[in-house]
Design a protein around this ligand. Structure first.
Ligand SMILES: [Zn+2]
Length: 942
């Protein structure tokens, strides 16, 4: 049966003991270091080649892994990447976990030897990094390197009881404390702060093991420094989406794990709230169709960009999700881990086991990290880079989530051929055996083995995508089978006997998820937990992209499981797990395979398939923020541009009193729209100071989609002033699209818009020499800063006249909206006698330089229209660049004469400026010409 993937509402049906948080902060569920696993099937094969192809090979093939510690104070000084200290810690974390997945004696002895070698290279003062004595813990990513080493030693200690590992871990942590608690230094002085402050996570784990007060004090110091850096706690409490926080790079994810440590240590529920908010924000807005995470190494608030998905980021996302599962017992977190594991993570591993990717794109090719980021290799470490050492942890983390212990029993999260030897909380051993071909088909038989009958609760994850799941309790003779609710745990309290078994049959029908943003007009197709992809090598004589598929075509699709004997010759090595042949009425059939196998032989693949007759993309809620207070009267809601009503005929705002949204109090339809205003008379049905939940439902003739689960919350605060008309527009723009108009006739105050600050300015003569027709900025602190609600995301025009008193040498900004690293939705800059228009949005985009002379007036206009940015000088187009269609920027102001927030080298430009306009629509070439011709006013084309 076909259906569109509906993002299910959050059903907070948690694991057994969830209610106990209020008294003692603790995890709802967790694995124990004694658990051992034997995986079969496709995952078992991938674990085996990871052991032989990487884990047992790397320390010998890359002896610099440990030699860099011996060389740290030798001459010539080693030339290391700033994060080199992480390599051994990342390697060890995955290898230590792997010893519980694979009994290979060589693996056991390899890991033990690396631990011993590492501890032998610990300096007298406890230092465990690769940098010279004078720099210990003070710069590079040295605290970040120690973060990984501390976690690895702690993990080894927990698993083996090795006292030397714990002692070494403590000595290193003590050095961190001596460096930053007993001096005037702040941890943020080490720089690279999202990386270096991440050590808070390891300190929390170590504090919970040792109860050493100094480690908690150190965490508190880092917590203070956070406020000036990533600000994770306050933004999490305020419901600010993670991509809009000051440090949305992936290295912030371990910092977020530090929030959960603070909750577990202090019991302060607010830390847990902040942690879960950020986890959920990434899940809703940034997690890709593959279960991978990151757009160019960070969160951007859209999952559709055709940018790199770094393997380190996917691993960090999975580690964060393991913590979310531990903290909540919410089966949706386990669904996420399954999605990441079978698709994005295993797609990052070459099936040979000899390499992992840096980037595992949704559409593209797979390259070994050794070649994409070869710049990280050095003499003695040819294979080492951030991703090659980190990626195997994606497999290793199976020990954390496959089977977990709950208050009164066990929870099964992973399905696939598996023998899990685990223990109940009191130590009673239980073996859980799964006989299945999952994820290749949907039938699972799970058997409980134990030495004598025992009462406990067994919980089985029912995936949210499995609309119809049939459960048969095989001890009950001839039971016909009962249905289980998707997105929950099936809870079975029972006195279990050896051999008791349960049979599950999951719904493996195809699901189509329409894309938004850059993937508009495309869909992702899933079968069970597997994302499907088109690989050109599997389609004879086929174009790089198939002709559009319709969801209805999948009704006739034929699924086959390739067998080595029959298919090896025809398909070659690295057989896909699953093949799906989709017949098409008007063309050749299209063959799809599982994403993790696609592109294994270097071929191009796509997982966003061109599509016809699809439903609208799931609308992403944008406004109001989660947990916002809103004024009484009419209520404003807004969807994200990347998904707003694209292809939707209608969009509905649903408001309910409970997060399950089962009984909406209001369900208001709108025609295709991005902003939706519920009139006061309808809004009156909602009471003040009550938490309401809302979501968006988009509809067209082909289907209905809802905003991703995790419904947002708001309350009506009668004390707030009512919504004004300008708030109804996205950027507060006038009817002609103008957001800011400042003619600058001798003063900075705008004709339209709001001035935030003006410094180092004076009235000056304009382009024609008349006095008081411009503003002069002094080049040292001179800047005019105008407020923005947000920088226009897709379309804008910026027009300004300027004359620079310095054009040589350093970079100077005529205009900049920079708010943080790699986030400047527009800068117009002068550098070495040339003028540039640039965007920094994950990547840098720049026009070529246009020569400019000192003290000469130029009319500059920059127009962004979807994916094109055009620079005009004196009315003439100079260059058109390809840029992202939508830029999600955190900029909330824009400056003339400097960079409004950068605190490094000065970017002030001594210049005169006049006739500044920022508009939230693209001007036509005629409008640009008219403005240049001398009207000096926006939008005049007469
Ligand atoms: Zn990496």
């Amino acid at each position: 049966m076909m259906r569109h993937m509906l993002s299910s509402t959050v059903t907070f049906i948690m694991l057994g003991a969830a209610a106990a948080w209020a008294q003692t902060p603790r995890l709802v569920c967790d694995a124990a270091p004694q658990f051992r696993f034997q995986f079969g099937g496709v995952v078992g094969e991938r674990i085996a080649v990871n052991t032989s192809g990487w884990l047992t090979r790397a320390p010998a093939a890359d002896p610099g892994l440990l030699a860099m510690f011996e060389l740290r104070d030798r001459q010539p000084a080693p030339d290391l990447v700033p994060w080199a200290g992480e390599f051994v810690g990342k390697y060890l974390m995955s290898a230590i976990q792997a010893t519980r997945l694979d009994n290979d004696p060589k693996l056991q002895s390899t890991v033990k030897a690396v631990i011993q070698d590492l501890l032998q290279n610990q300096a007298e003062d406890g230092y465990l990094g690769p940098f010279p004595q004078s720099e210990r813990l003070l710069k590079h990513w040295d605290l970040w390197g120690h973060y990984h080493v501390l976690l690895a030693l702690l993990m080894w200690h927990e698993q083996t009881g090795d006292a030397a590992a714990l002692a070494g871990c403590r000595r290193a942590a003590d050095l961190v404390c001596r460096t930053y608690l007993d001096t005037e230094r702040r941890p943020r002085d080490a720089g690279s702060t999202e990386m270096n402050l991440a050590i808070i996570h390891a300190l929390g784990r170590l504090y919970r093991t040792t109860h050493e007060d100094r480690y908690l004090q150190m965490m508190r110091v880092i917590e203070q420094d956070w406020e000036l850096e990533g600000d994770y706690f306050r933004t999490g409490l305020a419901g600010i989406e993670f991509y809009r926080t000051p440090k949305p790079r992936w290295e912030s994810l371990p910092d977020l794990q530090g929030l959960l440590e603070l909750f577990l240590i202090t019991g302060d529920e607010r830390y847990r709230v902040a942690f879960l908010h950020h986890w959920d924000s990434i899940r809703r807005l940034d997690r890709r169709n593959t279960g991978g995470f990151s757009s160019g190494e960070q969160a951007t608030g859209t999952p559709y960009e055709p940018t790199a998905i770094e393997t380190c980021c996917t691993i960090a996302w999975m580690a964060l999700t393991v913590d979310a599962l531990r903290a909540t017992g919410n089966p949706l977190a386990a669904d996420e881990l399954e999605l990441s594991t079978f698709n994005g993570m295993l797609g990052a591993q070459h099936p040979s086991g000899s390499w992992w990717t840096y980037n595992t794109p949704m559409n593209g090719v797979r390259e070994a990290s050794h070649h994409t980021i070869v710049f990280q290799s050095r003499a003695g470490t040819p294979d080492l880079n951030c991703c090659s050492v980190n990626a195997p942890r994606g497999l290793g983390m199976l020990v954390d989530w496959a089977v977990m212990r709950t208050g009164d029993g066990l929870a099964v999260n992973y399905y696939g051929p598996l023998e899990a030897r685990v223990q109940l909380a009191d130590g009673t051993p239980v073996t859980l055996r799964q006989e299945t071909r999952y994820p290749l088909d949907g039938k699972v038989k799970l058997q409980v083995q134990l030495s004598e009958p025992r009462e406990f609760t067994l919980q089985l994850r029912i995936p949210s995508w499995s609309t119809r799941t049939v459960v048969r309790r095989l001890w009950a003779a001839a039971e016909p089978g009962a249905a289980a609710e998707p997105g929950t745990y099936l809870t079975m309290p029972r006195r279990w006997h050896n051999g008791d078994a349960v049979e599950l049959e999951f719904d493996m029908s195809f699901r189509c998820e329409p894309g938004g943003g850059e993937m508009t007009g495309r869909m992702s197709v899933y079968r069970g937990p597997l994302l499907l992809a088109y690989d050109v090598l599997l389609n004879d004589q086929a174009p790089p992209e198939p002709a559009p598929l319709r969801p209805a075509d999948l009704q006739q699709a034929r699924v086959s499981l390739p067998s080595p004997a029959a298919d090896q010759v025809r398909i070659g090595r690295f057989l896909p797990w699953v093949l799906v042949d989709v017949p098409r009425a008007d063309g050749p059939a299209v063959r799809l395979c599982d994403f993790a196998s696609a592109g294994a032989r270097g071929s191009h693949y796509i997982s966003w398939l061109p599509a016809d007759q699809i439903g609208p993309p799931p609308p992403l809620p944008e406004y109001p923020d989660n947990n916002a207070s809103v004024p009484p009267g009419r209520l404003l809601f807004r969807a994200r541009r990347s998904t707003a009503a694209l292809g939707a005929h209608r969009i509905r705002v649903q408001i309910a009193g409970t997060p399950d949204m089962r009984e909406p109090l209001l369900d208001v339809p709108f025609d295709e729209a991005r902003s939706m205003v519920i009139p006061s008379d309808q809004a009156q049905r909602l009471a003040p100071q009550v938490a309401y939940y809302w979501r968006l439902v988009a509809e067209n003739q082909w289907g209905t989609t809802t905003s991703p689960a995790a419904i947002r919350q708001f309350t009506i605060d009668p004390a707030l002033p009512p919504l004004t008309d300008d708030l109804l527009t996205e950027y507060g723009q006038r009817a002609d699209g103008v957001v800011i108009q400042a003619d600058l006739r001798g003063k900075p105050d705008p004709e339209y818009g709001a001035l935030q600050a003006a410094t180092g300015w004076k009235s000056a003569a304009g382009p024609h020499g008349e006095s008081d027709q411009a503003v002069e900025l002094n080049g040292t602190d001179g800047m005019l800063i105008y407020q923005l609600r947000a920088f226009p995301e897709a379309e804008y025009t910026v027009a300004v006249r300027f004359s620079a008193q310095r054009v040589e040498g350093a970079l100077g900004q005529v205009l900049s909206a920079w708010c943080r690293g790699m986030d400047d939705p527009l800068r117009i800059a002068v550098y070495q006698q040339k003028l540039y228009a640039r965007i920094e949005a994950g990547n840098s985009y720049s026009t070529r330089g246009v020569p400019v002379a000192q003290d000469v007036w130029y009319d500059v206009c920059v127009v962004k229209q979807s994916g094109e940015l055009t620079l005009y000088v004196n009315g003439q187009p100079v260059e058109t660049l390809t840029v992202p269609a939508v830029i999600q920027s955190g900029a909330r102001d824009v400056a003339l004469g400097g960079n409004p927030h950068f605190t490094g080298t000065s970017e002030h430009l001594p210049c005169r400026v006049a006739d500044f306009t920022l508009a939230a629509r693209p001007w036509s070439p005629e409008e640009v010409a008219a403005w240049h011709a001398g009207h000096g006013r926006p939008g005049l084309s007469d």
